[in-house]
Structure formats: C-alpha cells, structure tokens
Design a protein around this ligand. Structure first.
Ligand code: CA2
Length: 152
C-alpha cells in the first residue's frame, strides 16, 4: 500500500545565503542557515508538517527545485537573495505555481542601495516579509501553516 501523503513546506534560499551567520551580522544577524532551517522545522513539526529545505547559488537549480517540489507543497518560503532584484526566469517559474508563496528578505532592502529596492517577484508571490531579520522565515511558516490548514 502507498504511504499516506505527508504535507510539507518548501523552504528555498538563494545565492550566498549559505554564508548566513559567517559575516555581516549587522545586516543579516548571527544565525546560520542551519539555525534558520531548524527553527522553521520546529514551527512546522508542531503542526505535523514536514519541511523540505534547499539552498542553491544557481538560478537554474532553484527553478528545477521549484518545478519539482513546488506544486505539491503546502506553501513555499523563498528568500531569492539577489535574484529577487532581477530574475525574470524565477518570476516566470513562481507565476506558474498555484501554491501560496511568501518571499522573505532578512534585511530591509528598501533602506539599502537603490538596486535592492526593485523586487521583481512581488506580483507573483502571496506576500512578503522584509526587514524582520531571520524571524521573518518563522512568521512566513506560521502564515503558510494557517492558510494551508484552512484549505486542506
Ligand atoms: O535581505 C535579504 O534576505 C537578501 O535577500 C539577502 C541577499 C541580498 O542580495 C538581497 O538584496 C537581500 C544576499 C544574501 C547574502 O547573504 C550573506 C549573509 C552573510 C554573509 C554573506 C552573505
């Protein structure tokens, strides 16, 4: 007999976020990516939901993961890194999904360099959490767990 389907959140981190906690604590805090993934897992597991976490520095790999894991996910948390500012390929990929999506930015990109003010994924995501540090990932998970539980 086939296993019962286990609901999961998809947690995606883009380029350079593997370096979280290694430098620039004033901008990105002191937590590592492993810390962030652990915190999101704790929130999800309390609701009986798994987390599939991926980080990649490559745009194509991010798109492959989203195409493969996105359609069946209960929700997607994505910090696209700098791709958020210019990747129309990632935008097309997210626009193709009907899964709820929360875009997270650790720093308040609107208070930083002008090139970071443009967020090209805005109109294809459900919502954004910007500038609340790594807590933003946890808040995104809480939102997606509530929305997903309602629609299940
Ligand atoms: O604020 C965010 O979460 C960003 O998505 C982070 C990206 C940046 O390009 C975006 O404009 C805003 C960069 C992540 C770089 O992360 C590092 C963290 C620590 C050490 C080195 C890189």
């Amino acid at each position: 007999m086939a296993d019962a389907f286990q609901p999961y959140l998809l947690l995606i981190n883009g380029p350079n976020l593997n370096r979280l906690g290694q430098r620039d604590p004033n901008t990105y805090g002191t937590e590592t990516l492993a810390d962030v993934e652990r915190r999101v897992r704790q929130v999800a597991q309390a609701a009986g939901v798994d987390v599939r976490a991926f980080q990649s520095n490559s745009e194509g790999e991010l798109i492959d993961i989203l195409q493969r894991e996105g359609p069946e996910a209960m929700g997607i948390i994505i910090n696209p890194g700098a791709y958020a500012h210019y990747s129309y390929a990632l935008r097309d990929c997210l626009a193709d999904l009907s899964t709820p999506i929360v875009e997270v930015h650790i720093s308040n990109v609107h208070r930083r360099e002008p090139f970071r003010h443009q967020l090209v994924l805005s109109s294809v995501v459900t919502g954004q959490v910007v500038g609340l540090g790594t807590l933003g990932y946890e808040l995104a998970a809480q939102y997606l767990l509530q929305v997903g539980t309602r629609s299940r």
